[in-house]
Design a protein around this ligand. Sequence first.
Ligand code: NAD
Length: 418
Amino acid sequence: MPLEERVGRIAAWAELAEDEAKALGGAMGLSLTRADQMIENVVGLYSLPLGIAVNFVVNGRDVLAPMVVEEPSVVAGASFAAKLARAGGGFRATATAPEMIGQLQVLDVTDPWSARLDLLATRDELLSLANESDPVIVELGGGARDLEARVIEYTPAGPMLVVHLIFDCRDAMGANAVNTACESLAPRIEQITGGRVLLRILSNLADRRLARARCTVPVEALAYGDFAGEQVAQGIIEAYALAAADPYRAATHNKGIMNGVDPIVIATGNDWRAVEAGAHAYAARSGRYTSLSTWARDAEGNLAGTLEMPLAVGTVGGATRVHPTAQVALKILGARTARELAETIVSVGLAQNLAALRALATEGIQRGHMRLHARQVAVAAGAAGDEVTQVVERMVAEGRVRPDRAETILAEMRNEQL
Ligand code: NAD
């Protein structure tokens, strides 16, 4: 479809108002005035493409996934893999309660083990105190859930006590909510322990706020060109095995998952550094960095994939309600809660992983990718309008998708026209 037609179809599908459709199409959206209210020292705006990944079924519902990303072939990869998963019923996803962990670091405690027990004995009082900091979240059914206290005996600054406040953030990512609650607890915790509270901040290792997705792909659906479905399924499992066993591969494998995750996190105005930090810390939770996903054959012989990762994302708070296009992205997704949003994001992460593994285990990542990448190479070399397609066609036909080749082809084309 031509671009305008695509925008029209999405606007109709998501029942976007005129302003919302304009925000999507770039005619409106984030203004300089609004941007100036978002961060400091604003001097401009920086745009990125927003694409829509198609073919997703998440928990039986058709979903269109808005993705903000600068890299070619990410949206195509997700859409393709979603089609494969669709053949097996789509993605089944769940998310745990939106519980974040806030940390308080207590120093200069004479006997941290006894102080730990004193803290646990005042748990209920401390939870009530934390709840006073955010009546809105409490009213919505969230708030302080639990208190944990750990003694870390060996640190470069000696032994210390670390208190964890478990806080249900409902539909917010919750960093500000949790930080405020932690700060409100600090004076009372100093009183109880006789120590000195230094850090009062959430942990991005949000391992109580996990999102999980699974999909099964019938092996026949994996057949491709000269590759039999069986061969592709086996290749995907073997490719995953290296990521499971080797951090050098796991880093790239997980980067491929984040290719699906980050673009939706960004599109919805969420904090992608927080999500990245959580994902990689979770991947290293056993002490050795490993794959966030798994791939195996199920009892019926289908290819079965799973992905589990922390996903601290919100549908309120932060920039979600401030950036006009983020609001449109949320509307297109149709996610009513932070949990539903996390369920879609984790599904797209799993799809992206499948797309990469399938390409890597068959013809290699470059053939499909370079064809799509060629457009960026042509534009970077200075091609404009119809020249882009012509330069792309020639580079792809020659099998040489390189900046220097694009420049030469462009110069030749322009010379021919003189
Ligand atoms: P926020 O403070 O903007 O919004 C959260 C507030 O919205 C809640 O405290 C609540 O009072 C209110 N609210 C209204 N409706 C709600 C609902 N349905 N569910 C939950 N709350 C509702 O944002 P936040 O989510 O607390 O914090 C996110 C921001 O914090 C992001 O901008 C992030 O970048 C930033 N941040 C991140 C870190 C980190 O990740 N380490 C640290 C500091 C700040």
